[in-house]
Design a protein around this ligand. Sequence first.
Ligand code: NAP
Length: 268
Amino acid sequence: MTTRIGITGAAGRMGRTLIEAVGLAGSDLLVTAALEQPQSSLIGADAGELIGQGKSGVILAGDLARVIADIDVLIDFTVPAATLANLEQCVAHKVAMVIGTTGFTPQEQARIDAAAQTIPICKASNFSTGVNVCFKLLDMAARVLGDDVDVEVYEAHHRHKIDAPSGTALSMGKVVADALGRDLQKVAVYGREGQTGARERETIGFATVRAGDIVGDHTVTFAAEGERVEITHKASSRMSFGRGAVRAAGWVAGQAPGLYDMQDVLGL
Ligand code: NAP
């Protein structure tokens, strides 16, 4: 059976990648709707031509309500306000969602949690398979290395990224904090400047770099006296996120209502 996919922010960096990724995924997944902001000059353009391929017959729409009957799953990599507006419509029409947007407040996340009682939602701060393997490795490293090490998270992204630290860096910090029995909200330190005093041992530090066209680098350092372990992931193409999100779309379409992540999709 074919899973019909809608893509929001279709002209954005991830949106274009997702259109391409669905095309690479095989014939049981099909883009049947592509959306942009209503005022976008690209409304009416062909989604296939948008990514430099031939006509696909899918025309960029500006209003989800007009195309929602044509889709089984909505993949949304936009901004929190747009994702939450789309969420309401998906709940009303019982359409599953894959959410890649980052930067939600705790209150906004609570709305997603509530929606997941009605529809299946797969949400991940990072849809790449490699990063999800790293989450597993981080959990193992933190449990073995324990309180002997200082933990620092470093991330670097392109100059256009609007939130910091990255959702992936926060997820990595949370995996480590959970494994060490700490509350990330209490122990996170976001940047340091001036007379900071000596490092408090239980803190988890975050460092952010924004520059050029970096797709996404993450390193978690576990530093002890005399040695350190570093777990690093480097994305060199957005297609790593695109392929993962499309795999998640095929998977989540067949699930019961609930909030899932990429670990569930990969069976980790
Ligand atoms: P982008 O290139 O700026 O694309 C965002 C898209 O959303 C654009 O097409 C934009 O349209 C559209 N948009 C913005 N505001 C909107 C609104 N109010 N209503 C409807 N559409 C709206 O950004 P990106 O690099 O693709 O990243 C998008 C999101 O995905 C970010 O939150 C990023 O952190 C996240 N991300 C997640 C992963 C993951 O694996 N989870 C990986 C990469 C990125 P305009 O251009 O017209 O504003």
